[in-house]
Unconditional design. Sequence first.
Length: 345
Amino acid sequence: MKIVHANLARGFRGGERQTVTLIQALSQQYPDIQQVLLCRADSPMREMLKNREHIQFVDANKQWQGHFAIGQADVIHAHEAKAVHWAWLHHLVWKTPYLITRRVDFPLKNNFLGKQTFGNAHAIIAISQAIQTRLQSFSQNVDVITDAYSRLPENPPTIEKLQKQFANRFVIGHIGALVDSHKGQLDLLQVARQFRQQYPDCVFLFLGQGADEAMLKAQSADLDNVHWLGFQTDVGSYLAVMDLFVFPSRTEGLGSALLDAMVYNVPIIASRVGGIPDIIQHENNGLLFETGQTVQLAEQIEKMYHNSVFRLRCAAAAKQQLANFSPENMAAKYMVHYQNAVRAT
């Protein structure tokens, strides 16, 4: 079977990490399949997959590129919006079946292109129940396959350095694109400003890059308890030193970074938006707050800070759920859809 994974996104965010995680899991579980990654020439996904066998790379910066290099395939998996258009165009010429993974929690545009691209897909996959609900007005045939945790790289010297740097500090971490309208970092900065005097042993680590980076750094220029660490390839090294993971998103398809925090036994506080409640059950394996409610967020951080027993209980409960979010589980579910698409042709 020849599977084409199409992801034309710039940079590297959660969707790209999940694309890599799926390709890796498929190659391990189904070594006889051939996989092709259609992506930008400068995509970081290439570096992460370069040593994998039976994986071919094809360049495409635009939806009309790469079609003849791909030629005939058994099935196409579109992982983001531009890839959906690419898959539809390829289907028009080669009749190749395609499936779509929808990762964003907002309504699908009800226009000609939306109807054509989603209407001709063999299968539509939502990564959360919230997204499935969004899509049901368009199609009743929407399956849910949640994201998986990633086996993140670690660097022991980095962990040791961070442990020394933040010794005797309570480390509150956040990982996400620096886009406040999506990830809500300004709310966490407001709490950091409050905690600077009230809890001087607390430090806030922000990992990621994005359009709002300069604005966010300017907003926190006077806060010595805030550290901007940029994009890091060894994210696991930073999760290893966190005491608490805070995810104040304003919109979120699922929030796969939460799964990575769970792997590292880091207790979680997250906003009650989108697919996040599919992962976090309030007062069971973490805490949820209403997005934008910074007073409530501060109170919940205080609760975690003061109650180590509660933190450990939440982290343990979260860890027990990880089997449902394994890369192997995700790959097996997608393989069923790939096989169904091939049989239907």
